[in-house]
Ligand binder design. Structure first.
Ligand code: 6R9
Length: 683
């Protein structure tokens, strides 16, 4: 067993391990030996969780008394108006409750508390616009802006428990909108600005929203994209009668349609509003937000999160996983339309009083050096992005060396993070070497919309790293790998990722769909464990987890979750053209997966230019139905789909075809083998 200078042997997941030297082949498995990246000494020294023994102490504390451990953290990380007397209530499992009789306000915790601690003049948000303009907002200012908007919401009759849809660009105003809802106890539902009018309508209707907060337009990569016009279109589609008001943030000043009875400019409405606003003290279980996400069935699920437990999970993971200290500059590149932008932009960093960068634009505008330039300009110390962004920037560098991070001063960086999908070891190594200069640990954080925050992740000052592995559970998260009846599988053997004990940040239910919540996440045969929907494998030597990908019909395209059924329903809703459709994922070097659709038309099977034309039509149809992110890259036509004699579509076969793989599956049960040749033809 090889060892490095310090920290030669450390207990890992109960096993004693050695560490590789920092030589060329580190972080890999070679001849049965695990070679890990050791924790850099300077990182370990100042870390909140310093060294593997500190990690293991926390794990042991949680193991000894799970609910007391979380209660201790809940007292440390959250300021309660009325302290809770009970930590976990599992009497109605799987509808778990945490800290239920405690009351609090998230916006108070994120803003007022920081001002009271003397951080009023500290920069909360350093905003960089698409065009490079920079503005800074202190905690005092953010509090005042939140209060002004919260007063507007109250004045327009929004009450505790009402739902407000936020359809916004990346902006300070987007964060303010979320905080303002939290302040008055309204439950927000942020809809990503890339979703279509139809998707927005479905989410507004599903949530029963009384108000929408939006912008006239959003600016991304030098392009002006409509937001308000899509809100109008969504409302015109019908079913959202509950929406009484639309608050519009003026971003570009573009000409937009105006409905005087419901539309209000944000700057006009907030003008003259007081800078203070009494927070609504809510119970810990009060729904802070809904966030719709794709599942394996057609309809997106409205994931419902709590107030107290969620805030705790957001705060403690932000502090420990990113090892944030007072003088850090944190930058999470996610959009507030996704859960990462909720937990690690709108809530976590503010809950611990950090300074963060919020970015309006895209990584490739005006050129592919944008991220590196921003890290340099703002002296970012902790940088959190998605593998798909890293891979596309690697590609950009190979096309043009000017975009290489080496042309920028990235010496401020201490810690790097990754989220959204598995990061392949090659991208990991590049990120580590060229962005992190070989000195910054990468925290590969596995988690989900449903989990609220990090679940399996290295802690930078404690966990030696293995590229491609999200390593070990966050202390207090009882992650395990089981077979289909809930029995533990031996290490080295893959299975389903589950969480055996409830945790504070977990999903509380699917909005208005309690039964679906139980069926989706707590299937009877799994002994009451939370089913993540991902496959995983634990390494025999280290106990490290590696996520092997979804085990359901959910695709991950550039880190965005898409249900195959959702895209199929969108395709077949084009009733004029489409008779039947099946959608599968194809592995892709840059985006992780791409969407491949197999379509049977009502008319004859098209070929050549006709096929290209119809494929283009269907692509834009899906773009309209769901949003551009759901457009299938590859559309192929057949007279039929490959089905078993019982009529089941053979998706495994379609996956092979999508990959242009030779077919090795048994096709003897196939009703119509002739369609395979048709489906192999690309358009
Ligand atoms: C936070 C977020 C969740 C799904 C999840 C898994 C994949 C996320 C990952 C990862 C491997 C990681 N995923 N992080 N897979 N390693 N570090 O992305 O939430 O949009 O709900 O997606 O993303 O498949 O189940 P969400």
């Amino acid at each position: 067993m090889k060892t490095n200078g310090h920290d030669a042997t450390v207990a890992l997941g109960g096993k004693v391990q050695g560490f590789a030297e920092n030589d060329g082949a580190k972080g890999t498995k070679a001849s049965g030996e695990i070679r890990l990246y050791a924790v850099p000494e300077p990182v370990m020294k100042r870390a909140h969780v310093s060294g593997m023994s500190a990690y293991e102490e926390l794990v042991a504390e949680a193991g000894a008394d799970h609910s007391a451990y979380w209660a201790r953290l809940a007292r440390e990380f959250v300021t309660w108006k009325r302290p809770f007397t009970q930590s976990l209530d599992d009497s109605e499992a799987p509808f778990f409750k945490w800290f239920e009789d405690g009351t609090l306000n998230v916006s108070y915790n994120c803003l007022d508390r920081q001002v009271e601690r003397g951080l009023g003049d500290k920069v909360a948000i350093l905003f960089e616009a698409d065009d490079g303009q920079v503005s800074r907002v202190t905690y005092s200012e953010l509090l005042a802006r939140t209060c002004r908007l919260a007063n507007v919401l109250r004045a327009r009759g929004v009450k505790k428990g009402d739902r407000v849809v936020i359809y916004m660009s990346m902006s300070v105003e987007g964060v303010v909108a979320m905080q303002a809802c939290a302040r008055i106890g309204a439950t927000h539902s942020v809809v990503f600005g890339g979703f279509s009018a139809q998707s927005l309508r479905d989410r507004m209707e599903g949530a029963g929203a009384v108000m929408v907060i939006t912008a006239d337009e959003q600016l991304r990569g030098g392009k002006q994209l409509p937001l308000k016009a899509i809100v109008d279109e969504a409302i015109a589609l019908g079913g959202c009668d509950a929406v009484k008001d639309v608050i519009v943030y003026k971003r570009t000043g573009a000409k937009i349609a105006w409905h005087p009875s419901r539309d209000h400019w944000m700057h006009e409405a907030t003008e003259g509003q007081p800078d203070t606003c009494e927070p609504e003290w809510v119970g810990a279980e009060h729904p802070l937000f809904l966030l719709y996400t794709s599942g394996s069935t057609g309809k997106p699920k409205g994931v419902q999160h709590s107030t107290g437990g969620y805030l705790l999970h957001a705060a403690v993971t932000t502090k420990w996983t990113f090892d944030l200290h007072d003088n850090d500059v944190f930058w999470c590149t996610a959009d507030i339309g996704w859960v990462t932008g909720h937990t690690y932009i709108a809530y976590g960093p503010l809950a611990i009083g950090a300074t963060q960068v919020v970015f309006e634009g895209v990584p490739t505008y005006p050129d592919a050096g944008r991220f590196w330039k921003m890290i340099q300009d703002h002296k970012v110390t902790v940088f959190y992005t998605a593998p798909t962004a890293i891979r596309s920037l690697i590609k950009a560098v190979s096309a043009n060396d000017a975009a290489h991070p080496k042309h920028y001063d990235l010496s401020s960086l201490r810690i790097l993070g990754s989220v959204g999908e598995p990061i392949n070891p090659a991208a990991w190594e590049w990120y580590h070497a060229h962005v992190g200069g070989g000195r910054c640990p990468i925290v590969d954080t596995f988690w989900q919309t449903e989990t609220g925050g990090h679940m399996i992740t290295p802690l930078p000052g404690a966990t030696p790293l293995l590229p491609g592995s999200c390593t070990l559970p966050f202390p207090g998260i009882a992650a395990a790998i089981v077979d289909d009846i809930g029995n533990d599988v031996p290490d080295g053997q893959g299975g389903m990722l589950v969480v055996k004990k409830p945790w504070p940040g977990m999903i509380r239910t699917i909005w208005n769909e309690d039964e679906r919540f139980k069926d989706s996440y707590f299937p009877r045969e799994l002994k009451g464990y939370y089913l993540a929907g991902d496959g995983a494998i634990r390494d025999e030597a280290t106990g490290y987890f590696t996520i092997t990908g979804r085990i359901d019909d959910v695709l991950n395209v550039s880190g965005h979750r898409m249900g195959t059924m959702e895209i199929e329903s969108a395709l077949v809703s084009c009733t004029e053209l489409v008779a039947e459709a099946a959608v599968v994922g194809r592995p892709d070097e840059t985006t992780g997966e791409t969407i491949c659709a197999f379509v049977v038309l009502k008319g004859p099977r098209p070929t050549g230019d006709a096929a290209k034309k119809i494929a283009a039509e269907l692509r834009s149809w899906v773009g309209k139905e769901i949003g551009p992110i759901a457009k299938p890259k590859d559309i192929r036509f057949g007279d039929n789909l490959p089905k078993t004699r019982s009529g089941k579509i053979m998706r495994r076969l379609l996956r092979s075809i999508a990959k242009d793989e030779p077919i090795t599956q048994d096709i003897s049960t196939l009703e119509n083998p002739a369609v395979l040749d048709q489906l192999m033809e690309r358009n």
